[in-house]
Design a binder for this molecule. Structure first.
Ligand SMILES: Cc1cc2nc3c(=O)[nH]c(=O)nc-3n(C[C@H](O)[C@H](O)[C@H](O)COP(=O)(O)O)c2cc1C
Length: 232
């Protein structure tokens, strides 16, 4: 009888271990599906970083900066605005991640008309402006969001100057932009080229009109993107 009971106990123990093993394996085998959505207003770019990689684990300890360039006054498709399109997205990101904000500025004033901006932006390509000020404690940040409007299918020159003026090695750098139809337009690669030693994550492109006139849609785009990145 004793022998029978010990055999029964062994069988029960074995069953329990097998069931535990299955449960662990099912956790390891779980792979998240790529839920990235693309539409004409908001687009998440593809980066070289694995889709399953997630930085939620250390987000509590991570210090996050949102550095952005953005202009108010007259802008394409939205008329005269009080707050720049990219600045609106930058503030939503900061609000949702607890990040600090840094506004990238040139040391000269920009024209307040769209036509004027078209001229000055071209001049800047051959005569780059200087930064009005730089981030003094960049070493403190683990994650840096870089925001900008698309200018001529590229980064505005002052954003290139900002990226060249800082050391992003060993940081996670995440681009976002507003635009009038171009999307990120390859700028994720430009950011990568200017941020040596940084890990570049999937960028977000939001249409300027969406940022300016459809707050709910803009918030949703940011929330979905942060969630895909594992930062929220
Ligand atoms: C000089 C200049 C060049 C631009 N070039 C492009 C472009 O190539 N593609 C595009 O989609 N939008 C372009 N735009 C539109 C801006 O990207 C868009 O209006 C953006 O939302 C402005 O953001 P901001 O208010 O944060 O500066 C351009 C705007 C300016 C002023």
């Amino acid at each position: 009888m004793k022998k029978f009971i010990s055999v029964l106990l062994c069988m029960l123990l074995g069953l329990t271990m097998v069931s535990c093993g299955v449960s662990e394996n099912s956790g390891e085998d779980f792979t998240s599906e790529d839920t990235r959505k693309e539409n004409s207003d908001t687009t998440a770019a593809v980066s070289s970083v694995s889709e399953t990689e997630n930085i939620t684990d250390n987000s509590e300890a991570s210090k996050i900066l949102v550095a952005y360039f953005s202009l108010a006054d007259e802008q394409y498709e939205v008329g005269i605005i009080e707050k720049g399109n990219t600045e609106i997205i930058a503030e939503i990101i900061a609000d949702k991640t607890g990040a600090e904000l840094f506004k990238i500025n040139a040391n000269t004033d920009y024209p307040t008309t769209y036509e004027g901006l078209l001229d000055i932006s071209k001049q800047e390509e051959s005569d780059p402006p200087e930064l009005a000020k730089n981030v003094t404690n960049m070493a403190d940040y683990d994650i840096v969001f870089i925001g900008y409007p698309i200018w001529w299918g590229d980064l505005p020159t002052i954003v290139k100057v900002f990226l060249e003026s800082n050391d992003f090695s060993n940081k996670t750098v995440i681009p976002f932009c507003t635009h009038a139809g171009s999307g990120l337009s390859g700028t994720q690669k430009s950011v990568e080229n200017l941020c040596n030693g940084a890990e570049i994550r999937d960028g977000l492109a939001v249409r300027g009109t969406t940022a300016q006139n459809d707050r709910d849609e803009a918030e949703k785009a940011v929330t979905d993107w942060l969630s895909e990145l594992g930062i929220s």
